[in-house]
Each structure stands twice: as structure tokens, then as C-alpha cells.
Write a protein that binds this ligand. Structure first.
Ligand code: NAD
Ligand code: DAU
Length: 339
């Protein structure tokens, strides 16, 4: 039997939350899930619509609604907290929802979790550590759970703040919490504002892919399936108070990734345009996941990036009605920023 029987999943109608819920339904049919999701532009109730209603319940609401959060936390034996404003570019245009959701929403949840002594897992990002240099004498340098926090954007600063709140609640109030910091995810159900789905759906829509700056920034890609299996392992077997980094040794620069997508879709490798760079654009992310791999029963399954990317491209091809309705708006917003 699974350790936790009633899990509250915040942000469960977003990209990673959806993949987590779908994984739990497939692998742990004895676990009941309540999803708390505000259904912002990034959340989609359709993602969960085909799941069994006796196992998954969607509550549309805000993590800042203390009364609602209190009611839901009271009934849960564990919380997995995904809900966040998650896009760096949006945080540069308007940081305020990031402050509200990422900081205050987390505060509201951990207050309720400590009130009812409920297990809490906080889903966070490698961006809290800032970036690594591109040109370095030590290309093996990666971030570890001991690396100093040094976030660059309003998004990553609010995620760093939320991590620190969770750590303080563990130490001061004995909150039964763990934290995971993970690198760039890719896979099905990712919003088309993000790099990989934006370029796939640009090509399918006859729009030229857009590369920021010189395309040399490096991201450390992990398939979303490997992220959610890591979160499950931490929830079930992680040590309270610990931080785990989840990564799959998937470092590639953006130009390399874009050319893989162009190739897979039968386009010429130069069939894209360079656009205005992101302000404060982090140069390189790289995760040392040794602690997670050696202390948990977890290994990434998608070690072949080409294969994971091919499957992702197929998903966006086969699910055009899922993203077509948002495409024009997303591109219009980018166009205003010359991106
Ligand atoms: P997403 O933007 O796709 O989904 C976020 C979800 O949260 C949406 O369903 C949205 O409706 C919901 N939400 C937003 N504000 C809310 C609020 N106030 N109350 C309730 N629900 C709210 O994000 P994602 O990419 O799935 O990321 C999920 C989490 O994982 C975030 O905490 C993010 O920081 C973290 N993370 C993401 C990545 C990545 O590569 N995408 C990597 C590491 C960590
Ligand atoms: O590292 C984990 C983080 O990864 C998560 O915490 C964030 O929630 C998630 O959005 C992601 O952040 P990034 O900013 O790295 O992801 P994004 O998909 O926005 O961009 C990836 C890279 O691609 C980045 O270097 C910027 C670049 N880019 C992005 C877009 C949208 C482009 O060159 N062109 C684009 O059109």
C-alpha cells in the first residue's frame, strides 16, 4: 500500500502537475488526488478530464485562498506543491503575480500544512542557484544542493524565496517538508510559451522558430516523466528537511536543440531567426543529481534526448486542438517584445 492515500496536488492542471497526476493514476491506483488549480492561462482542466473521477478531483481555486486551502489541507495526508507562475519572460513583463503566487501562495500552504502536520513536498527549480559561466576552465562544474542561492530573474527570485520559506518552516516549526530543484523539463502538456513547444508549434504553423541572443545559452534538459518519478520517490522515501536536485545530464545549447527540432520536422538547419535576447538571460544550467541517484531508488529513464524529443514532437503533432487556440495570442505577446 502507498504511504500517502490522500494527496493534495497544487497546480495539477499545469504542465508538470498534469504529468504527475497522470503518473500517480497509472502507477498508484490506491491514491486519491485532489488538484487545487486556479486555471490561469497555463492551467487546463482538459488535461485531467479523462481521468477516473473517483480518484481525481479538480478544485478550481487559488493557493492564496486561506479558507479553501485550510479545508483541503485538513483532508490531505500529503501535499505536492507545483502551483506557480513559471515563465521567466512573463516575470520580466510583470513580476506581481509571481510575488503573489510563488511567495504568498507557498506561505499560505505551509501555514496550513504545519497547522495539520501534513507532509509537504515543494517543487522548485535549479534557477535558484543562478547560472554557471559558458566559458569556464571547469566545464564539469555543476550545481549541488550546497551551492549558494543566487537567482537572476523575478521568477527565480520568487522561487528562491519560496524555498527559503519552506526551509525556515522546517527548522522553526518542524514542517515535514522536502524540496526538489530540477532543471528544464520537456514533454507532453507543456505550454507553448516555453522554448521547445514554441518552436515545434511555430514550425507546424508555418512560423519561423525564434532564437534569443546568439543561441549559445545552455539548458540541462530532463524529460518530465523522469521529473515526476523523482518527485514521487522523494515524497515516499525522501528524508524530511532535505533538498534533492533532479537532473538527467541533458546539457545542450539552444541552437543545438532547435536544429534537432528543425531536422525532425524536415526543415533546413538555418530555417529560423535570431530575435532580441532575454534581459538578464542566464547562461548555463547544469545539475549534479548524485544525491538523488545515490540515496533514492531513482534513475532517469529518458537518457536518449533525441528519442524524448521525437516523442514530444509527435505529441504536439497529434494534439493540435490542445494548443492551436492559444497560438496566436502567445505569438502576439512575444511580438510586442520583438521576440
Ligand atoms: P505551469 O506554468 O505549466 O503550471 C502552473 C500551474 O499552476 C497551472 O496549472 C496554473 O493554473 C497553476 N497556478 C498558478 N497560479 C496558481 C495559484 N495562485 N493557485 C492555484 N494554482 C495556480 O508550470 P510547470 O512548468 O508545470 O511548473 C510547475 C512547477 O515546477 C513550478 O513550481 C515551477 O517553478 C517548477 N519547475 C518547473 C520546471 C520546468 O522546466 N517547467 C523545472 C523545474 C521546476
Ligand atoms: O531550469 C528550470 C526552469 O526551466 C524552470 O524553472 C522554468 O519554469 C522553465 O520555464 C524553464 O526556464 P527557462 O527560462 O530556461 O525556459 P524557456 O523555455 O523559457 O527557455 C529555454 C531557453 O530557450 C532559454 O535559454 C531562453 C531560450 N528561448 C526561449 C524561448 C521561449 C529562445 O531562444 N527562444 C524562445 O522563443
Amino acid at each position: 500500500m502507498t504511504k500517502y492515500q490522500n494527496i493534495l496536488v497544487t497546480g495539477g492542471a499545469g504542465f508538470i502537475g498534469t504529468n504527475f497526476v497522470r503518473y500517480v493514476v497509472a502507477e498508484h491506483p490506491d491514491v486519491k488526488i485532489t488538484v487545487l488549480d486556479k486555471l490561469t492561462y497555463a492551467g487546463n482542466a482538459e488535461n485531467l478530464a479523462d481521468l477516473p473521477t473517483d480518484q481525481v478531483t479538480l478544485v478550481v481555486g487559488d493557493t492564496n485562498d486561506a479558507k479553501l486551502v485550510d479545508e483541503l489541507v485538513q483532508k490531505a495526508d500529503a501535499i505536492v506543491h507545483f502551483a506557480a507562475e513559471s515563465h521567466n519572460d512573463n516575470s520580466l513583463n510583470d513580476p506581481s503575480p509571481f510575488m503573489q503566487t510563488n511567495l504568498m501562495g507557498t506561505f499560505t500552504l505551509i501555514e496550513a500544512a504545519r497547522r495539520y502536520d501534513v507532509r509537504f513536498h515543494h517543487v522548485s527549480t535549479d534557477e535558484v542557484y543562478g547560472d554557471l559561466p559558458l566559458e569556464s576552465t571547469n566545464r564539469d562544474e555543476k550545481v549541488t544542493p550546497l551551492t549558494r542561492y543566487d537567482p537572476s530573474s523575478p521568477y527565480s527570485a520568487t522561487k528562491a524565496g519560496s524555498d527559503l520559506l519552506v526551509r525556515a518552516w522546517v527548522r522553526s516549526f518542524g514542517l515535514k517538508a522536502t524540496i526538489s530543484n530540477t532543471s528544464n523539463n520537456y514533454g507532453p502538456y507543456q505550454h507553448i510559451e516555453k522554448f521547445i513547444p514554441r518552436q515545434i508549434t511555430n514550425i507546424i504553423s508555418g512560423i519561423k522558430p525564434k532564437l534569443y541572443g546568439n543561441g549559445r545559452n545552455i539548458r540541462d534538459w530532463i524529460h518530465v516523466y523522469d521529473h515526476v518519478t523523482g518527485i514521487w520517490e522523494i515524497l515516499a522515501h525522501g528524508t524530511i528537511g532535505e533538498t534533492y536536485l533532479l537532473g538527467a545530464n541533458g546539457e545542450h545549447d539552444n541552437l543545438f536543440v532547435l536544429r534537432k527540432i528543425l531536422q525532425a520536422l524536415g526543415k533546413s538547419p538555418d530555417d529560423f531567426e535570431f530575435v532580441r535576447d532575454r534581459a538578464g538571460h542566464d547562461l548555463r544550467y547544469a545539475i549534479d543529481a548524485t544525491k538523488a541517484r545515490s540515496t533514492l531508488n531513482w534513475q532517469p529513464k529518458y537518457t536518449d534526448f533525441d528519442e524524448g524529443l521525437r516523442q514530444t514532437i509527435t505529441w504536439y503533432h497529434q494534439n493540435q486542438s490542445w494548443w492551436q487556440k492559444d497560438k496566436a495570442n502567445v505569438e502576439a505577446k512575444y511580438a510586442k517584445n520583438k521576440q
